[in-house]
Design a protein around this ligand. Sequence first.
Ligand code: GLU
Length: 254
Amino acid sequence: MKRIVFKVGSSVLTETNSIARERMLNLVSLIVEVQKKSEVVLVTSGAVAAGYTALKLDRKKQITKKLLAAVGQPILMSSYKSKFDIYGVDIAQILLTEDDFDSRTHTKIFQEIIDRALENNILPIVNENDISTTPDQLFGDNDQLSAHVTHYINADMLVVLSDIDGYYDNNPHENPEAKIRKIVNEITDEELTQQHTPNSDFATGGIVTKLRAAKYIMSKNKEMFLCSGFDLTVAREFLIEGIHNQGTLFTKKN
Ligand code: GLU
C-alpha cells in the first residue's frame, strides 16, 4: 500500500482570525477518500494561528508565540477531531522536534508510533512541538518537518497543500505571463537562495522553504506534489483520478 504525507499550512487553515472550517472539512473529506487506497499521515500547521483566535498576544516574541501554540494546539486538534468524527476516523496527535530526527532511539520511537497508528487505522496528525523546545531544536517551518517525516516513515510522496498553487517559471506577482512548471526534476542552489516570501502573517515558509523540502525529498528518491490548499480540485484530480492538470510534481523521474 502506498504511504502519503499531506502537509497543510496555517494560511489555508485560518481566515480572518478563525479556523477556516469549510476548508478544513474539504481537506478532511479528501484525506478520507485517499485513505481508501493509501496510508495517510497529516502534518499540520496552524497552532499559533488558532491560538491567536482566542488570545491576541504578540506572535513575534518567543514566549508569547509558544503560549499561542499551547493555546492553539488543542483548538486545532478539536477542530480536526469533530470533522474526522463525521467519517468515524480516529486521530493521534504527534508533536515532534528536530531532535526526534537525529538520534536513532528517538527516531525509532516516532517511526514505530506512526506505523502502529496506521496499522490500527488511526490517522497520525503531526505538528512541530513549538511549545517546549529551544530555537535550535526547532525546524521552524513545517515544510522541512513534513519532508523529514516523509523520508523517515518511508512514505512515497509528500503532498503540500499551500497558498502557493505551484512552482512558477517566473514570479507570478510581478509577471502575469508566469506559468506553473508541471514537473521539476532539479532544483539549483540559486533557486534556494531567493528571498523568503511567506504570504500570510502566520505562515513561516514561502516558495523557498517548499523548494528546500522538495530538494530533500528528491534526494531521497521520493516525490513531492505542490498545489493549492484553498481549492482541492487539483489535489483531488491528481490523487484520486490520476490526472495532473495543475500543481507542480517534483520528481527525479522524467
Ligand atoms: N508549527 C507552527 C504552528 O503550528 C507552524 C510552522 C509553519 O508555519 O510551518 O503554528
